[in-house]
Design a protein around this ligand. Structure first.
Ligand code: SD4
Length: 290
Protein backbone atom coordinates (compact mmCIF):
# COMPACT_ATOMS: atom_id res chain seq x y z
CA UNK A 1 0.00 0.00 0.00
CA UNK A 2 0.95 3.56 -0.63
CA UNK A 3 3.05 5.38 1.95
CA UNK A 4 3.12 9.00 0.89
CA UNK A 5 3.64 10.72 -2.43
CA UNK A 6 5.96 9.47 -5.15
CA UNK A 7 7.17 10.22 -8.65
CA UNK A 8 8.83 8.23 -11.42
CA UNK A 9 10.29 9.43 -14.71
CA UNK A 10 11.87 7.88 -17.77
CA UNK A 11 15.69 7.95 -17.79
CA UNK A 12 18.10 9.18 -15.14
CA UNK A 13 16.71 12.66 -14.59
CA UNK A 14 17.40 13.40 -10.89
CA UNK A 15 16.82 17.15 -11.19
CA UNK A 16 13.39 16.62 -12.72
CA UNK A 17 12.22 14.06 -10.15
CA UNK A 18 13.66 16.17 -7.30
CA UNK A 19 11.62 19.14 -8.51
CA UNK A 20 8.48 17.05 -8.77
CA UNK A 21 9.00 15.55 -5.33
CA UNK A 22 9.51 19.01 -3.85
CA UNK A 23 6.05 19.94 -5.14
CA UNK A 24 4.53 16.72 -3.77
CA UNK A 25 6.29 17.11 -0.44
CA UNK A 26 4.78 20.59 -0.14
CA UNK A 27 1.36 18.94 -0.54
CA UNK A 28 1.10 20.06 -4.16
CA UNK A 29 -0.98 18.12 -6.64
CA UNK A 30 0.37 15.37 -8.88
CA UNK A 31 -0.59 17.59 -11.82
CA UNK A 32 1.61 20.46 -10.61
CA UNK A 33 4.39 18.01 -9.78
CA UNK A 34 4.62 16.43 -13.22
CA UNK A 35 4.41 19.79 -14.98
CA UNK A 36 7.10 21.41 -12.82
CA UNK A 37 9.20 18.23 -12.98
CA UNK A 38 9.38 17.84 -16.75
CA UNK A 39 9.89 21.61 -17.17
CA UNK A 40 13.35 21.08 -15.68
CA UNK A 41 14.31 18.94 -18.68
CA UNK A 42 12.61 21.27 -21.15
CA UNK A 43 14.77 24.14 -19.90
CA UNK A 44 17.98 22.08 -19.77
CA UNK A 45 19.91 22.68 -22.99
CA UNK A 46 22.13 19.70 -22.21
CA UNK A 47 19.18 17.39 -22.81
CA UNK A 48 19.04 17.33 -26.59
CA UNK A 49 15.81 15.35 -26.78
CA UNK A 50 13.51 17.73 -24.93
CA UNK A 51 12.62 21.42 -25.15
CA UNK A 52 15.32 24.03 -25.61
CA UNK A 53 18.49 22.53 -27.04
CA UNK A 54 16.55 19.67 -28.63
CA UNK A 55 17.81 18.20 -31.89
CA UNK A 56 16.01 19.65 -34.90
CA UNK A 57 14.13 18.00 -37.72
CA UNK A 58 15.99 17.45 -40.98
CA UNK A 59 15.25 21.03 -42.05
CA UNK A 60 16.86 22.43 -38.92
CA UNK A 61 13.69 23.27 -37.01
CA UNK A 62 13.21 22.21 -33.39
CA UNK A 63 9.58 21.12 -32.99
CA UNK A 64 8.15 19.99 -29.67
CA UNK A 65 5.47 17.45 -28.74
CA UNK A 66 3.99 17.25 -25.24
CA UNK A 67 0.95 16.15 -23.31
CA UNK A 68 -0.39 16.09 -19.78
CA UNK A 69 -3.19 14.12 -18.13
CA UNK A 70 -4.78 14.51 -14.71
CA UNK A 71 -6.72 12.51 -12.15
CA UNK A 72 -10.05 13.34 -13.75
CA UNK A 73 -8.90 12.09 -17.16
CA UNK A 74 -8.70 15.63 -18.41
CA UNK A 75 -5.89 16.01 -20.90
CA UNK A 76 -4.12 18.50 -23.12
CA UNK A 77 -1.47 18.25 -25.82
CA UNK A 78 0.56 20.25 -28.28
CA UNK A 79 2.22 18.85 -31.36
CA UNK A 80 4.74 20.38 -33.74
CA UNK A 81 5.13 23.42 -31.48
CA UNK A 82 7.95 25.80 -32.39
CA UNK A 83 9.79 28.59 -30.52
CA UNK A 84 8.25 27.95 -27.09
CA UNK A 85 10.36 26.19 -24.42
CA UNK A 86 7.70 24.84 -22.08
CA UNK A 87 5.53 22.72 -24.34
CA UNK A 88 4.11 20.86 -21.33
CA UNK A 89 2.78 24.09 -19.85
CA UNK A 90 1.15 24.99 -23.15
CA UNK A 91 -0.41 21.50 -23.15
CA UNK A 92 -1.75 22.19 -19.67
CA UNK A 93 -3.23 25.49 -20.86
CA UNK A 94 -4.90 23.66 -23.75
CA UNK A 95 -6.43 21.33 -21.15
CA UNK A 96 -7.53 24.11 -18.81
CA UNK A 97 -8.31 27.06 -21.04
CA UNK A 98 -9.74 25.60 -24.25
CA UNK A 99 -12.58 23.25 -25.23
CA UNK A 100 -9.95 21.09 -27.04
CA UNK A 101 -7.42 18.40 -26.24
CA UNK A 102 -4.75 19.03 -28.85
CA UNK A 103 -3.36 22.00 -30.76
CA UNK A 104 -0.81 21.75 -33.55
CA UNK A 105 1.89 23.87 -35.16
CA UNK A 106 0.98 27.45 -35.95
CA UNK A 107 -2.24 27.31 -33.94
CA UNK A 108 -0.46 25.91 -30.91
CA UNK A 109 2.15 28.65 -31.11
CA UNK A 110 -0.45 31.38 -31.55
CA UNK A 111 -2.29 30.09 -28.50
CA UNK A 112 0.95 29.94 -26.48
CA UNK A 113 1.80 33.54 -27.35
CA UNK A 114 -1.72 34.62 -26.40
CA UNK A 115 -1.24 32.86 -23.07
CA UNK A 116 1.91 34.91 -22.50
CA UNK A 117 4.58 32.30 -23.16
CA UNK A 118 7.83 33.89 -24.40
CA UNK A 119 9.00 33.22 -27.95
CA UNK A 120 12.51 31.88 -28.13
CA UNK A 121 14.88 30.20 -30.57
CA UNK A 122 15.15 26.58 -29.38
CA UNK A 123 18.06 25.59 -31.60
CA UNK A 124 21.33 25.79 -29.70
CA UNK A 125 24.67 26.13 -31.44
CA UNK A 126 25.60 22.60 -30.35
CA UNK A 127 22.46 21.05 -31.85
CA UNK A 128 22.87 23.19 -34.99
CA UNK A 129 26.44 22.03 -35.52
CA UNK A 130 25.44 18.38 -35.06
CA UNK A 131 22.61 18.84 -37.54
CA UNK A 132 24.99 20.37 -40.11
CA UNK A 133 27.26 17.36 -39.58
CA UNK A 134 24.28 14.99 -40.01
CA UNK A 135 23.29 16.71 -43.25
CA UNK A 136 26.51 15.54 -44.88
CA UNK A 137 25.11 12.01 -45.04
CA UNK A 138 21.44 12.71 -44.22
CA UNK A 139 20.92 9.17 -43.03
CA UNK A 140 17.94 8.74 -40.71
CA UNK A 141 19.20 6.21 -38.22
CA UNK A 142 17.81 6.80 -34.73
CA UNK A 143 20.44 6.00 -32.14
CA UNK A 144 19.56 3.64 -29.30
CA UNK A 145 19.79 5.16 -25.79
CA UNK A 146 21.21 8.50 -26.88
CA UNK A 147 23.28 9.67 -23.90
CA UNK A 148 21.02 7.73 -21.56
CA UNK A 149 18.49 10.49 -21.33
CA UNK A 150 15.82 11.24 -23.79
CA UNK A 151 12.15 12.07 -23.96
CA UNK A 152 10.86 12.57 -20.44
CA UNK A 153 7.67 10.85 -19.33
CA UNK A 154 6.72 11.38 -15.68
CA UNK A 155 4.04 9.90 -13.41
CA UNK A 156 3.27 11.14 -9.92
CA UNK A 157 1.02 10.23 -7.02
CA UNK A 158 0.26 13.04 -4.59
CA UNK A 159 -0.56 12.92 -0.89
CA UNK A 160 -4.25 12.53 -1.77
CA UNK A 161 -3.35 9.38 -3.68
CA UNK A 162 -4.26 11.00 -7.01
CA UNK A 163 -2.25 10.29 -10.15
CA UNK A 164 -1.20 12.57 -13.00
CA UNK A 165 1.31 12.26 -15.84
CA UNK A 166 3.18 14.33 -18.41
CA UNK A 167 5.37 13.59 -21.40
CA UNK A 168 7.49 16.03 -23.42
CA UNK A 169 10.01 15.71 -26.24
CA UNK A 170 11.63 17.27 -29.27
CA UNK A 171 10.96 13.94 -30.98
CA UNK A 172 13.30 11.83 -33.05
CA UNK A 173 16.35 13.76 -34.21
CA UNK A 174 16.27 14.61 -37.94
CA UNK A 175 12.68 13.46 -38.37
CA UNK A 176 10.77 14.63 -41.43
CA UNK A 177 9.22 18.06 -41.15
CA UNK A 178 5.76 17.66 -39.67
CA UNK A 179 6.45 14.31 -38.04
CA UNK A 180 4.63 13.69 -34.75
CA UNK A 181 5.63 10.89 -32.41
CA UNK A 182 3.91 9.06 -29.58
CA UNK A 183 4.82 11.49 -26.83
CA UNK A 184 1.89 13.95 -27.27
CA UNK A 185 -0.66 11.24 -28.13
CA UNK A 186 -2.86 10.37 -25.18
CA UNK A 187 -2.90 6.57 -24.89
CA UNK A 188 0.36 6.14 -26.80
CA UNK A 189 3.12 8.12 -25.08
CA UNK A 190 1.12 8.65 -21.89
CA UNK A 191 -2.00 7.42 -20.20
CA UNK A 192 -3.41 7.88 -16.71
CA UNK A 193 -6.51 6.41 -15.16
CA UNK A 194 -6.77 7.51 -11.55
CA UNK A 195 -8.63 4.32 -10.61
CA UNK A 196 -5.81 2.13 -11.90
CA UNK A 197 -2.48 3.84 -12.53
CA UNK A 198 -0.42 5.40 -15.27
CA UNK A 199 2.13 4.54 -17.94
CA UNK A 200 4.47 6.46 -20.22
CA UNK A 201 6.89 5.64 -23.01
CA UNK A 202 10.20 6.61 -24.56
CA UNK A 203 11.91 5.44 -27.71
CA UNK A 204 10.73 4.91 -31.28
CA UNK A 205 7.36 6.61 -31.15
CA UNK A 206 5.94 5.07 -34.31
CA UNK A 207 5.92 1.63 -32.65
CA UNK A 208 4.31 2.95 -29.49
CA UNK A 209 1.54 4.63 -31.49
CA UNK A 210 0.60 1.52 -33.43
CA UNK A 211 0.24 -0.55 -30.29
CA UNK A 212 -1.30 2.29 -28.21
CA UNK A 213 1.33 1.35 -25.68
CA UNK A 214 0.53 3.36 -22.56
CA UNK A 215 -3.20 2.72 -22.77
CA UNK A 216 -2.47 -0.97 -23.21
CA UNK A 217 -0.33 -1.03 -20.08
CA UNK A 218 -2.94 0.74 -17.94
CA UNK A 219 -5.64 -1.63 -19.20
CA UNK A 220 -3.45 -4.64 -18.38
CA UNK A 221 -3.00 -3.29 -14.85
CA UNK A 222 -6.78 -2.84 -14.63
CA UNK A 223 -7.10 -6.53 -15.42
CA UNK A 224 -4.78 -7.39 -12.55
CA UNK A 225 -1.26 -7.35 -13.94
CA UNK A 226 1.46 -5.70 -11.88
CA UNK A 227 3.13 -2.60 -13.40
CA UNK A 228 6.16 -4.76 -14.19
CA UNK A 229 4.13 -7.49 -15.93
CA UNK A 230 2.15 -4.87 -17.84
CA UNK A 231 5.30 -3.09 -19.10
CA UNK A 232 6.75 -6.42 -20.21
CA UNK A 233 3.61 -7.24 -22.17
CA UNK A 234 3.67 -3.76 -23.73
CA UNK A 235 7.19 -4.37 -25.06
CA UNK A 236 6.31 -7.91 -26.18
CA UNK A 237 3.37 -6.56 -28.16
CA UNK A 238 5.72 -4.26 -30.08
CA UNK A 239 8.23 -7.03 -30.67
CA UNK A 240 5.49 -9.29 -32.02
CA UNK A 241 4.53 -6.64 -34.59
CA UNK A 242 8.04 -5.57 -35.61
CA UNK A 243 10.40 -7.88 -37.42
CA UNK A 244 13.49 -5.73 -37.00
CA UNK A 245 12.83 -4.85 -33.38
CA UNK A 246 16.55 -5.16 -32.70
CA UNK A 247 17.09 -1.86 -34.51
CA UNK A 248 14.96 0.13 -32.12
CA UNK A 249 14.68 0.99 -28.46
CA UNK A 250 11.41 1.29 -26.55
CA UNK A 251 11.11 1.87 -22.82
CA UNK A 252 7.95 1.88 -20.73
CA UNK A 253 7.44 2.79 -17.09
CA UNK A 254 4.26 2.34 -15.08
CA UNK A 255 2.84 2.88 -11.64
CA UNK A 256 -0.34 1.55 -10.08
CA UNK A 257 -2.67 2.99 -7.50
CA UNK A 258 -0.77 1.22 -4.71
CA UNK A 259 2.46 2.95 -5.74
CA UNK A 260 4.07 -0.18 -7.18
CA UNK A 261 6.24 0.58 -10.19
CA UNK A 262 7.62 -1.30 -13.15
CA UNK A 263 9.70 -0.75 -16.28
CA UNK A 264 10.76 -2.74 -19.32
CA UNK A 265 12.62 -2.03 -22.54
CA UNK A 266 13.99 -3.75 -25.64
CA UNK A 267 17.70 -2.99 -25.23
CA UNK A 268 19.69 -2.69 -22.00
CA UNK A 269 20.52 0.88 -21.06
CA UNK A 270 17.14 2.29 -20.16
CA UNK A 271 16.50 3.28 -16.56
CA UNK A 272 14.01 5.30 -14.58
CA UNK A 273 14.20 7.67 -11.66
CA UNK A 274 12.04 7.10 -8.64
CA UNK A 275 11.58 9.47 -5.72
CA UNK A 276 9.42 8.34 -2.82
CA UNK A 277 9.50 8.33 0.97
CA UNK A 278 11.94 5.43 0.58
CA UNK A 279 14.48 7.66 -1.19
CA UNK A 280 15.67 8.85 -4.58
CA UNK A 281 17.11 6.24 -6.90
CA UNK A 282 17.94 5.43 -10.51
CA UNK A 283 16.54 2.00 -11.34
CA UNK A 284 17.85 0.11 -14.38
CA UNK A 285 15.01 -1.45 -16.36
CA UNK A 286 15.08 -5.11 -17.32
CA UNK A 287 15.30 -5.61 -21.07
CA UNK A 288 13.96 -8.07 -23.64
CA UNK A 289 17.38 -8.40 -25.27
CA UNK A 290 19.86 -9.27 -22.54
C1 SD4 B 1 9.26 10.18 -30.28
N1 SD4 B 1 9.26 8.87 -28.25
O1 SD4 B 1 9.10 11.30 -30.75
C2 SD4 B 1 9.74 10.09 -28.85
C3 SD4 B 1 11.18 10.31 -28.86
C4 SD4 B 1 12.04 9.48 -28.03
O2 SD4 B 1 14.00 8.29 -28.09
O3 SD4 B 1 11.70 9.00 -26.99
N2 SD4 B 1 13.22 9.24 -28.55
O4 SD4 B 1 9.09 9.15 -30.93
Amino acid sequence: TLSGPMVIATWDVPNATAKAYEVLHGLGTALDAVEKGVMVEEADVENQSVGKGGRPDRDGHVTLDACIMDKDSRCGAVVYLRDIVHAVSVARKVMEETPHVMLAGEGAKKFALEMGFPEEDLLTEKSRQEWLEWKKTSKYEPVINIENHDTIGMLAIDSNGDIAGACTTSGMAYKMAGRIGDSPIIGAGLFVDNEVGGATATGMGEEVVRTVGSFLIVELMRQGKSPQEACEEGVRRIIAKKENYRDIQIGFIAVNKAGETGAFCIHPGFSYRKYSTAGHENIPAASYIK
